[in-house]
Unconditional design. Sequence first.
Lengths: 136, 76
Amino acid sequence: MPKIAIIVASEKLDKLFPAITLTTTAAISGWDAELFFTFWGLLALKRGYEPSDVSLDYQKYSGKLSEALASGSMPGWRSVLEQGLATGKVKIYACSTSLGLFGLKTDDLEKYVDSVVGAATFLGKAKNADVTLFIS
Amino acid sequence: MEADIVVDAKFKSCPGPLILLAEAVSKAKPKQVVLLQATDPAAPSDIREWVSSVGHKLLDVKKVDDRYEIYVEVSG
């Protein structure tokens, strides 16, 4: 089966949505998905993290996004992620350097984080991916 | 065409229709027909791609008023 590898380097909603949409779509299509949350992306793995905002550049569309989420026309990123995780095809890695940068411990992260790794480990997992993306 | 299961994904945008369909298909029995109703313009091509990756059968795609009716037969 194909594999997608994504580096998620931002915790903002406008970055999480495409990353998670592609992850879950891949997983329910039978693909393997490996995600590496690094730098500000790591903040999205903090337990109970609920992003409320988009990046500064896209603030004027923030209302549109809230409307789409409230009406149910767009599913929330967390529920989409849960659908992907339920397939068992998604692996979530947290960047060790970023953990140190933000003064976080492994215990501060969501339960679905598979492990805390470094760049070399992620590269090893991603080297045979068919699709590789950096989302920031 | 008769469907065993109907999935209403109208007014849901990508990846909503596919997630709802995949969920229904995973609970269905082999050879059952699942009808997905969707208004997302990406639904016909997305579902066509998905069934070919996971091995189900796309039986028909119809445009009815402002929605698509997509019939999928569960593999087995």
